[in-house]
Design a protein around this ligand. Sequence first.
Ligand code: GDP
Ligand code: GDP
Length: 436
Amino acid sequence: MALPVVAIVGRPNVGKSTVFNRIARQRISIVEDTPGVTRDRIYAHGSWLNHEFSMIDTGGIDFTDQPFVDQIRMQAEIAIEEADVIIFMVSAREGVTDIDERVAQILYRAKKDVVLAVNKTDNPEQRQDIYDFYSLGFGDPIPVSGAQGTGIGDLLDAVVTKFPLEKDNEEDDTIKFSLIGRPNVGKSSLVNAILGEHRVIVSDIEGTTRDAIDTQFTDDDGQKFTMIDTAGIRKRGKVWESTEKYAVMRAQSAIDRSDVVLFVIDGEEGLREQDKKVAGYAHEAGRAIIIVVNKWDLVKKDTYSMQKFTDKLRSELQYLDYAPIVFVSALTKQRLNVLPDMIKTVSVNQQRRVQSSVLNDVLLRAVAITPTPTVKGKRLRVYYLTQVAIKPPTFVAFVNDPELFHFSYQRFLINQLRDSFDFSGTPIHLIPRQRK
Ligand code: GDP
Ligand code: GDP
């Protein structure tokens, strides 16, 4: 299911980031630390009651090269394009300002639900002051204090009631994938080449299009795919669409909505920093990943070219050691026909379930090969492994003391799982739990 998107807008210093950080949920602990990934705080996950959502702090998108008024306008426009529900934030300290009114003007034009939050309502007396904000025309202002954490629940109550109704069922038999990569690596060309080879069922699936274009197609076996295309967007040419942070945010949003991510690299240019950031996000989000090296037609080749490129990639992206690599050309269509089968395979692996009895055979064998480590005279004991989730496969390991369960031994167990079952293309999460 695509997660609903909530954006927080408002002029600087009203407390958007403060409230954002209060709502942002900690990611579940995962085994691997991903080197090279800077956590982009403008985009995060939140949850309230039984609702999950993504959240954007538009204030975190930096347009410092733009005049102030334009910055405010661009931030509001991004919220309008991206979000299902907008939190319009103002401050009880300053009351209604000119800039608040200007933001309100932009938001009127959007056919999006807006919830008005009055931040910095730090004590009960200030609740009187919130009535002024009715003049902004967005109904009941909700008093909150990001600093104290009060009112956040009421705010989220108001937000979640405006979420679009979920309609998940009929989408289940389709594999959702996206092509992610830097500008110019050839995403649009790949999209067109892939669609050119297949029977397209629907484009622009209603309700799921923000301004990404979703296209459904089937392969020869009748498997349905939904391609989430973000590549075309940049080409419309609004100023903010070309900023790198915005591009990264778009990629993150597409990754969130995908089961499988095709991580596209330019074969001629190799890997860049921006590539690593986005790949790291897909990895942490638990998406199945296929590394697609495009423009292979441009590379002067000898017998070892693929092996050399592979070795270099593997050393630069060690945490993606499970991701298959394929060398293609959108131009000559070389090897594009293998992509649907690869997507199916990694999608199956991402949903693989292993019975506890079988898992524990693997565990016993693993411990026999490499005994558990001893730290300061105390030996780690791994009593039991059980799978608690798919997409990605997630295992809980019951141990005597999680402190003793070092990364290297976790990694060893994960590799043993990979040797025993086909988990190629999917990350594996391992969660240590202390057995009481
Ligand atoms: P943003 O620019 O809208 O993202 O605002 P920030 O979250 O960076 O907050 C701006 C300033 O307001 C910071 O100094 C915060 O500590 C302060 N602030 C945020 N929330 C509250 C609040 O609820 N009450 C008070 N008194 N100060 C707050
Ligand atoms: P995007 O920004 O990632 O969507 O990249 P585009 O699909 O717009 O491609 C960028 C440029 O690379 C265009 O000039 C394409 O014609 C070219 N291109 C894309 N794929 C290939 C390929 O496989 N081989 C060659 N030689 N050029 C390609």
